[in-house]
Design a protein around this ligand. Structure first.
Ligand SMILES: Nc1ncnc2c1ncn2[C@@H]1O[C@H](COP(=O)(O)OP(=O)(O)OP(=O)(O)O)[C@@H](O)[C@H]1O
Length: 303
């Protein structure tokens, strides 16, 4: 039996089809990533499932049972990462955790409080007010709050946005730890590395729809592309014209998909030589989820 099943979920804001027929299933112990650029509809989707927004259409099943409204009974098993605005500035970290536990009718034992605080490395901030926390500390507090009721399903909405790489890795470790404890995780992200690193299953979302889904390997295989060559050269137009699939990665870097690395590397150097150009910083790269998104939409995940 699936932990969560969503069928044909829809939410429109006037002309904006924020969520436009989203369906997916989550099995127990899975980490599912909803990956997409800003405005794709990730937050709207997750907040409907959490019961924070109303759907226009569609069905939601928790543990096989169809739920019309996400009532208190269901909320007990859901861990929700709230936005910063949901916190009270003048409460301390400890008081905030106690407050949210209280909302679930739970009185946190000292050991549970300590475990949460240590898990998110907030020991030194335990008695600091929320308003005095840095962005990263605030983010970690929001994650700790999501676990305060020992939920079965944890929803994380862009859990590492704004964190530095080290703090991001730390959060990834915690998320993996949650699954080891038998929890199921749905996370939204616009970082493809995050989805690649964590997700057992990836749902790629754009303009309110899931445009591709599968394991990271499946999605990359779908591209049917072995590798990418990336390099910097003056007059990139020469290469854009002559090499199939070549495009600008950014202002200066070109990327070329290839199934025959050696042949295409040679071709690049021959073209450069003929034009009197020098090729710099040439690298061969395996395809990633960004390439999948780009090939499906013609856009980058983070435009
Ligand atoms: N309350 C609202 N009223 C009107 N439009 C909304 C509302 N909430 C979201 N939208 C619109 O719905 C679309 C999807 O927004 P949503 O926040 O779900 O996307 P997202 O993928 O989570 O993006 P982000 O990564 O920026 O949070 C956007 O076009 C957004 O402007």
């Amino acid at each position: 039996m699936s932990v969560l099943e969503v069928k044909n979920l829809k939410k429109y804001y006037g002309n904006v089809k924020a969520v436009d027929g989203v369906s997916f299933t989550m099995e127990q112990g899975q980490i599912v990533a909803l990956l997409g650029p800003n405005g794709a509809g990730k937050t709207t989707t997750i907040e409907i499932i959490e019961g924070l927004r109303k759907k226009d259409e569609g069905e939601i099943f928790y543990f096989g049972r169809k739920v019309e409204t996400i009532d208190e009974e269901i909320k007990k098993i859901l861990g929700v990462q709230l936005q910063k605005s949901a916190f009270l500035d003048n409460l301390t970290v400890k008081e905030t955790l106690e407050l949210f536990a209280g909302l679930y009718g739970i009185s946190l034992k000292a050991s549970q409080l300590r475990e949460l605080i240590e898990m998110f490395m907030l020991q030194e901030k335990m008695n600091s007010r929320v308003k005095a926390l840095s962005g990263g500390q605030m983010q970690r507090l929001a994650l700790a709050v999501a676990l305060v009721n020992d939920p079965k399903i944890v929803f994380l909405d862009e859990p590492t946005t704004g964190l530095d790489p080290q703090a991001r890795r730390h959060v990834w470790q915690i998320v993996r730890g949650l699954v080891e404890k038998g929890k199921t995780v749905l996370l939204t992200t616009h970082y493809m590395e995050e989805a690649e690193e964590l997700a057992d299953y990836v749902l790629i979302m754009d303009h309110g729809k899931i445009i591709a889904e599968g394991t990271v390997d499946d999605l990359i295989k779908m591209l049917n592309m072995d590798s990418y060559l990336e390099f910097v050269v003056e007059k990139p137009e020469v290469f854009l014209e002559r090499m199939p699939g070549a495009r600008m990665l950014n202002d200066e870097k070109i990327t070329v998909p290839t199934k025959k690395v050696e042949d295409d590397v040679q071709k690049i150097f021959v073209l450069a030589k003929n034009e009197g150009l020098s090729v710099e910083n040439l690298v061969v790269r395996r395809p990633n989820l960004e390439d999948v998104f780009l090939s499906l939409t013609g856009r980058h995940l983070r435009d």
